[in-house]
Design a protein around this ligand. Structure first.
Ligand SMILES: *[C@@H]1O[C@H](CO)[C@@H](O)[C@H](O)[C@H]1NC(C)=O
Ligand SMILES: *[C@@H]1O[C@H](CO)[C@@H](O)[C@H](O)[C@H]1NC(C)=O
Ligand SMILES: *[C@@H]1O[C@H](CO)[C@@H](O)[C@H](O)[C@H]1NC(C)=O
Ligand SMILES: *[C@@H]1O[C@H](CO)[C@@H](O)[C@H](O)[C@H]1NC(C)=O
Ligand SMILES: *[C@@H]1O[C@H](CO)[C@@H](O)[C@H](O)[C@H]1NC(C)=O
Ligand SMILES: *[C@@H]1O[C@H](CO)[C@@H](O)[C@H](O)[C@H]1NC(C)=O
Ligand SMILES: *[C@@H]1O[C@H](CO)[C@@H](O)[C@H](O)[C@H]1NC(C)=O
Ligand SMILES: *[C@@H]1O[C@H](CO)[C@@H](O)[C@H](O)[C@H]1NC(C)=O
Ligand SMILES: *[C@@H]1O[C@H](CO)[C@@H](O)[C@H](O)[C@H]1NC(C)=O
Ligand SMILES: CC(=O)N[C@H]1CO[C@H](CO)[C@@H](O)[C@@H]1O
Length: 289
């Protein structure tokens, strides 16, 4: 009996997940192992996605194929109909050797329609002679970042990001474009033996654990970390969007949600219903009563 219950709820979970992840009928459902639910879409048919901004470029030059936001090098790892995307992006770095700068890369990207989630990511910098700034635009130009100085390897607390050798700060609300730059006080000359580089990157909360070994890891600058982006439909509130029924994205058995930041809206199946709220007949009650 207990096993049956377990199996039964497992089945429900599987059904709910696969239903929510539905593409538009007739449209390509996957790119490699990434599921592409409507309002996102890929392929040549323009009605497979709600808007050019939601078009996923599936690059079959990779094996397995990789999903990208169109016209960018931003790789998509997961698409959720709950209003977020998980992407991955490059680490920025500022490296030195005894003759001065040896390598520099200012990472960053510009998004048209999506925002770097300010609640689910942190800007992270590591290094012992390190200023790392994030500059960008969120309706107004902003600049934020963090600073880390240390003089001895033994002062760095391995495994914890509390400001000595590693620091984290929040990313402002509504950021659509972001750029990381670096500065140092002594060109790392006082710490060169154990810390030749500063690194800076936005990363999903919990997806990076600092380790002292990253200071001397020659491959750290090639790493990519996951970042959560928020998406919404359009730029209207629910109230405004409902007044324009042809373009209203929330289908039957749904409610409309105004996200905290204001611009655009999201759809959700009403309580007790599962599926993709952006598809006609997408939200179904479970007929198991
Ligand atoms: C997709 O495949 C890659 C490796 O090929 C794996 O690391 C990743 O976890 C897979 N993603 C999903 C959503 O299964
Ligand atoms: C994707 O990007 C390419 C290159 O900028 C552009 O030509 C194409 O129209 C875009 N596709 C969509 C669906 O927006
Ligand atoms: C420092 O790095 C630069 C640029 O990579 C390189 O040209 C130079 O030879 C390096 N100097 C030393 C002392 O390694
Ligand atoms: C750091 O390097 C820059 C350019 O290579 C140089 O102008 C500056 O004097 C150096 N600063 C220190 C403290 O070594
Ligand atoms: C970070 O450390 C925690 C606790 O040790 C662990 O649960 C988690 O999986 C680690 N995350 C990564 C990305 O290594
Ligand atoms: C720091 O911690 C990591 C794992 O958390 C370990 O692999 C590494 O050896 C440690 N480094 C030092 C210098 O203690
Ligand atoms: C489609 O794109 C335009 C221009 O980027 C935007 O103003 C509009 O709100 C978008 N529509 C949706 C459904 O996101
Ligand atoms: C919403 O987007 C449309 C089309 O892109 C634009 O004409 C309109 O000004 C935008 N409205 C607001 C409030 O930004
Ligand atoms: C609403 O849910 C009911 C019950 O599952 C279903 O029969 C009906 O087709 C749904 N309506 C729409 C418009 O999706
Ligand atoms: C989608 C969204 O809410 N965008 C707005 C978030 O807030 C910034 C600044 O407050 C606005 O510029 C965005 O348009």
């Amino acid at each position: 009996m207990f096993m049956e219950l377990v199996l039964f709820s497992l089945m429900l979970t599987i059904i709910a997940t696969s239903v929510a992840a539905q593409p538009k009928p007739g449209c390509q459902s996957h790119c490699g192992n990434i599921t592409i639910p409507y309002p996102f879409g890929t392929g040549s048919a323009a009605d497979c996605y709600i808007n050019e901004s939601f078009f996923i470029r599936c690059d079959t030059g990779f094996d397995p194929p990789r999903a990208f936001l169109n016209a960018t090098d931003i790789q998509v790892l997961h698409i959720s109909v709950d209003g977020y995307l998980r992407i991955q992006y490059l680490v920025g770095y500022d490296c030195y050797n005894s003759s001065g700068t040896s390598a520099y890369f200012s990472t960053g990207f510009t998004l048209e329609k999506f925002f770097i989630s300010h609640t689910r990511n942190k800007f992270t910098a590591i290094g012992c002679d390190t200023y790392a700034y994030v500059e960008g635009f969120s309706g107004r130009t902003y600049s934020t970042g963090c600073v880390s100085f240390c003089y001895d390897e033994t002062d760095v607390v391995n495994g914890s990001c509390f400001g000595i050798g590693c620091c984290q700060t929040v990313i402002p609300k509504g950021v659509t474009d972001y750029d990381v730059s670096f500065g140092s006080y002594w060109n790392h000359s006082k710490v060169l033996s154990f810390n030749p580089c500063s690194y800076g990157f936005a990363v999903e909360d919990g997806a990076y654990n600092f380790s002292l070994s990253h200071f001397l890891d020659p491959n750290f600058g090639k790493k990519k970390f996951p970042i959560i982006l928020d998406w919404t439909i359009g730029n209207e509130s629910c109230r405004e969007a409902r007044m324009n029924p042809q373009n209203y994205a929330c289908k039957g058995n749904t409610t409309c949600i105004d996200p905290e930041n204001g611009s655009g809206y999201l759809c959700k199946c009403v309580n007790g219903f599962q599926g993709n709220p952006y598809l006609s007949y997408g939200c179904q009650g479970n007929d198991l009563t």
